[in-house]
Design a protein around this ligand. Structure first.
Ligand code: FES
Length: 156
């Protein structure tokens, strides 16, 4: 098979193929697939397991354990609302609910237009100006529910 004929999945897994005496690194492989495809399709679990020489259950276990791994493709922009202690004490939950209502999207899901995917995150290290919302790589602090529309507008 030529390199041109390989799928993005196969190419992303190639560097993850364990070389004895190394043990397979399932997380590294799943992150490589997500980086190549934008998510880890559950239909690829068997292929990933075969390449790594592990069971489907081991791959599924790692995939379900790490919240940074996505089984659905994300929207163009990833919104992460901090659920850490400081943010929750400063009404981060209200900010999250406002974003859900504003975009009509649930946590872990994206809008039909795939502009935004909404996720929760643990402490973003921005506690001094909590509550915190990250949009892609941009940190926003002291976010109030009334800030939500203007905060998201530049990303539309
Ligand atoms: S708890 Fe949210 S930034 Fe630390």
């Amino acid at each position: 098979m030529t390199t041109r004929g390989r799928s993005g999945l196969a190419e992303s897994l190639e560097p993850c193929r364990p070389m004895p005496p190394d043990k397979p690194n399932i997380l590294k492989a799943l992150l490589a697939v997500q980086s190549a495809l934008g998510h880890v399709p559950t239909s690829a679990i068997s292929q990933i397991a075969r390449v790594l020489g592990v069971s489907d259950a081991q791959v599924s276990g790692v995939l379900s354990y790490y919240s940074d791994l996505r089984i659905q493709s994300a929207g163009r922009h990833l919104i992460r609302v901090c659920m850490g202690e400081s943010c929750m004490a400063n009404h981060g939950g209200r900010v999250l609910r406002t974003i859900q209502d504003h975009l009509r999207v649930s946590v872990g899901d994206h809008e039909p237009e795939r502009r935004f995917t909404l996720e929760q995150m643990s402490c973003a290290g921005n506690c001094a100006v909590s509550p915190t919302v990250m949009v892609d790589e941009d940190l926003h602090g002291k976010v109030t529910p009334s800030d939500v529309p203007s905060l998201l507008e530049p990303y539309r």
